[in-house]
Design a protein around this ligand. Structure first.
Ligand code: SF4
Length: 433
């Protein structure tokens, strides 16, 4: 009987995609999937240290594994991802029942680790990782993530990524093209290009290609219906990119452009590299070129030094820009980041009340924006039956809004046209036309 693996993934989309690579390597080595930790011969905890919450979840899961390992001493426990990279061998000291550690740049070394040929750790930054072709186990057959670059050069004061994932490296365009082409040949219809800062794609590649050029190359792939991408850094955003989104038929009309804060002094201490008016000028370019393009953002509330006055500027920015959706978080202290040493950390209570004010404001904006879609016909790529109500089908518009409708199971995986009948805060209801 073949050995089995189980993976727990914590944190961001990037990590979920890394887990697909880890699973691909296990599959290639002849391992099967264990439904839960109790059935596994090896358990991988793929960690994230971007926010305190994901880190706490990891430590709680690791604690539970101690008991499982006691009952089954043959069980192997591996810790992967950013915490493995950051804490390194200290983790072995604190948790001696961990068997292996490997960082985000060393997923390709997993094989040698399992087979015991290369010690117990692989956490050196591997500058060649962007050119490795790693097998992947993707679920679903409809939508897939594709990494186009690794690492980040931006060093935002609150972020650990440049230290854990290393400096920015773009994958060769031909590798990305081949991967997307084979996904389209397998029947995948939507791909999301992943990178910490996709707008700077291609900077150090010899073939003089930038992100809009890459989009236009991928747009030619037969069978592919939709191309999405995350995340864009406002500093590297270009009008050329907006034109590409407007003009390339497969590129979805959605831009995720993290603002983080509306106050110039907070943006400066975050080391974001733009002022609010510079950011707003980019939003104006987007809206001038395509007023219907959805724009979403990330916000951190309660960054060290954020005063009531600074916070009001974030509120003002949300009111002015009217995002289609936001992902808002309270600032959390991250070891190894500059922000940890900044003065005037904000009280937890103040952070919580600022966060709820932001979320409340955004709910009314979302509802108002969704209301505009009532009566309109939109193209929806159908994921399948809705989790909340399996008698209805669910999918997403090109602008990434959730649409629920009465359809049949055969609609799953297809594009259908839906007339929007009712707007809700975070979704739309409609009927097939
Ligand atoms: S752009 Fe800033 S927030 Fe994003 S990964 Fe890089 S350092 Fe982190």
């Amino acid at each position: 009987m073949s050995k089995k693996y189980h993976i727990h993934t914590f944190g961001c989309q990037m990590n979920v995609h890394d887990s697909e690579k880890i699973a691909g390597i296990f599959n290639d080595t002849g391992y099967g999937t264990a439904e839960d930790s109790g059935d596994a011969d090896i358990i991988v905890l793929n960690t994230c240290s971007i926010r305190a919450k994901a880190e706490q979840k990891f430590y709680s899961e690791l604690g539970k594994l101690k008991k499982i390992k006691k009952k089954n001493p043959n069980l192997k426990i591996a810790v992967a991802g950013c915490i493995a990279q950051q804490s390194g061998k200290q983790l072995f000291k604190r948790f001696p029942y961990i068997d292996f550690l490997f960082g985000p740049d060393n997923i390709g070394s997993l094989n040698t680790l399992i087979e015991g040929g290369n010690g117990r750790t692989a956490i050196e930054h591997n500058p060649e990782y962007h050119t490795s072709v790693i097998p992947m186990k993707r679920e679903g057959g409809l939508k897939a993530w594709v990494s186009i670059m690794y690492g980040c050069d931006n060093f935002c004061a609150y972020c650990i990524v440049p230290y854990t994932r290393g400096r920015e490296r773009s994958r060769p365009a031909s590798d990305i093209y081949n991967e997307v082409k084979s996904l389209a040949d397998e029947g995948f219809k939507e791909i999301t290009l992943l990178g910490q800062n996709v707008n700077s794609y291609g900077k150090n590649l010899p073939d003089n290609i930038d992100f809009p050029d890459l989009l236009s190359k991928l747009n030619e792939i037969d069978g592919l219906q939709r191309i999405r991408f995350v995340t864009s850094h406002p500093r590297d955003f270009s009008a050329k990119l907006t034109r590409a989104i407007r003009d390339l038929s497969k590129v979805c009309e959605h831009m995720h452009l993290p603002i983080q804060a509306g106050s110039d002094s907070v943006l400066k201490s975050m080391n974001r590299g733009y002022t609010y008016s510079e950011y707003k000028a980019k939003i104006d370019i987007i809206r001038d070129l395509d007023p219907y393009m959805a724009v979403t953002t990330d916000i951190i509330v309660g960054f060290p030094g954020e005063t009531d006055e600074d916070f009001e500027k974030t509120i003002q920015a949300l009111t002015e820009i009217e995002y289609d959706a936001i992902y808002a978080f309270k600032y959390s202290k991250r070891p190894g980041t500059e922000a940890l040493y900044l003065p005037d950390h904000v009280d937890e209570e103040v952070k919580s009340s600022r966060l709820s004010r932001i979320l409340k404001l955004q709910e009314s904006i979302c509802y108002r924006k969704n209301k505009i879609l009532e009566g309109k016909v939109v193209e929806v790529l159908v994921d399948g039956p809705s989790e909340n109500d399996p008698t209805r089908m669910t999918g997403r518009t090109r602008s990434n809004k959730i649409v629920n409708f009465s359809g049949d199971i055969a609609d799953g995986g297809n594009s259908v046209f839906i007339k929007i009948l009712e707007a809700k805060m975070h979704s739309l209801n409609g009927e097939k036309v």
